[in-house]
Ligand binder design. Structure first.
Ligand SMILES: *Cc1c(COP(=O)(O)O)cnc(C)c1O
Length: 431
């Protein structure tokens, strides 16, 4: 336990030894201003910082935590696994058990292989698609995030299916030369040079954008027409929006799935999968190489299995219902307070768009529309007004809100009250 001092002291120390003070840029407060709170512990819906301040947490590790923090079932599974050894470099029963649990829940999925992050899962799936089809081009959508592999770090452009440019320094043009970026919610015409279409079936990295009716069905049909593979990046949606993920919810079956976040129970895990026939291209059976020293780590998979076996279909529908009611109440509270607000929902996933109250806002359909709403600049003000009241949202306007299974009705009602006060304060500032 670190000595209790202040967030400012800890973050100053962090800035000296860790670039930007954070191990992932989304955790920095660069887009909202101020100093991040440094967390020492979490329990259920709450996190506690080094100053002893408790926050009602809607970050929940960007969706990795489904049951809430330090759930006793997950803690017990990790402890039990740790006593038996943390890593072996040999097959373990835990891999089989979690793979079976995942396949049982996702219609059409026959095999999965575990990796250690969502980034690795998507990178591997794309390599398989290219290896299986013998084609190079990949299509992704503007505003969708697929981890930080070079060829997927592409800034979107408007217009249909334009050639991507690197979205990060250090990514050579060659790495993205085969990446085509299309606007979300429009089916791009494909050619037979395309190996795969990679999509977040519910877009949750440009704040929340739902798939328009027919979009995913259209992608499925267009992929089939040219023999390209359809990959659903379910790193956020998998085992979050419902038992079988977005594929089950929408009824559209991809060729490959990518998972992460929830399936590690808060430890580092990713997974990718598809049919057994497709995955034959993967080493040791086939020519596509992919591997990892800590892949299928026993602790992480035990945590993931504890999560999946703790929740049923009923729990997911209850979570959706509770979250959507909260979303409606939150939106009403923000509007009553004098802001404009829109809280779109897909299952239990909630977006949050706020404006200055001058005009009503409605849910965006793509990244360009999402960016236009975020440009109001109201989010950072609301973020801080909520944080001062003990409610933590992600420190960036392009993230979604995560309500965990541990958030109670009483806690959500408390969050709505805080939002009403915060909105009144922010609206007054804006006048
Ligand atoms: C978080 C995320 C990733 C990357 O996962 P990491 O574990 O951070 O590497 C990929 N795709 C989507 C949709 C994500 O939300």
């Amino acid at each position: 336990m670190p000595e209790t001092t202040t967030n400012a002291v800890w973050f100053d120390r962090a800035l000296k030894v860790i670039p930007g003070g954070v191990d992932s840029p989304v955790r920095s407060f660069s887009s909202v201003g101020g100093t991040p709170y440094t967390v020492v512990s979490g329990k259920g819906a709450y996190v506690v910082d080094v100053e002893g301040t408790r926050y009602l947490d809607f970050v929940q590790s960007y969706g990795a935590s489904l049951l809430g923090h330090a759930d006793p079932r997950v803690v017990a599974a990790i402890t039990d696994a740790a006593h038996r050894g943390t890593t072996f470099g040999a097959p373990t029963p835990g891999e089989v058990l979690l793979a079976e649990a995942i396949i049982d829940r996702v219609p059409g999925l026959e095999q999965v292989r575990f990796v250690s992050s969502g980034t690795e899962a998507v990178m591997s799936a794309v390599r398989i698609a290219r290896g299986a089809t013998g084609r190079s081009k990949i299509v992704k959508f503007d505003g969708c995030y697929h981890g930080h592999a070079d060829h997927l770090l592409v800034a979107g452009g408007s217009g249909v299916a334009q050639l991507g440019l690197p979205g990060s320094a250090g990514v050579p043009l060659g790495a993205v030369a085969d990446t085509i970026v299309a606007p979300y919610n429009e089916v791009p015409p494909l050619t037979d040079e395309v190996a795969c279409v990679l999509v977040e079936p519910v877009a949750a990295n440009m704040n929340l954008v739902s798939p328009a009716p027919g979009f995913l069905e259209g992608l499925r049909a267009e992929c089939d027409r040219v023999g390209a593979l359809l990959i659903f990046d379910e790193v956020i949606t998998g085992f979050r929006i419902e038992l079988g993920g977005a594929a089950a919810m929408t009824g559209v079956t991809p060729d490959m799935w990518c998972f992460g976040k929830v399936i590690g129970g808060g430890l580092p895990v990713g997974a990718f999968g598809g049919t057994a026939a497709l995955l034959e291209v993967l080493a040791p059976q086939g020519p596509v190489y992919q591997g990892g020293t800590l892949s299928g780590n026993p602790l992480a998979l035990a945590a993931g299995l504890a999560v999946l076996s703790s929740v049923t279909e009923v729990d997911y529908s209850a979570l959706s219902e509770r979250s959507q009611r909260f979303g409606r109440d939150l939106s009403a509270a923000l509007i009553d307070g004098g802001l404009s607000a829109c809280v779109p929902a897909v299952g239990p996933l909630l977006g949050l768009y706020v404006g200055d109250g001058e005009a009503e806002i409605s849910a965006p359909n793509n990244y360009a529309e999402s960016k236009r709403l975020v440009a109001s600049g109201v989010y950072p003000k609301l973020f801080h007004a909520l944080l001062r009241r003990g409610m933590a949202l992600a420190p960036g306007a392009y993230e979604v809100m995560f309500v965990s299974m541990a958030h109670t009705d009483a806690q959500l009602a408390e969050a709505v009250e805080k939002a009403a006060e915060a909105a009144t304060e922010v609206a007054a500032l804006l006048r």
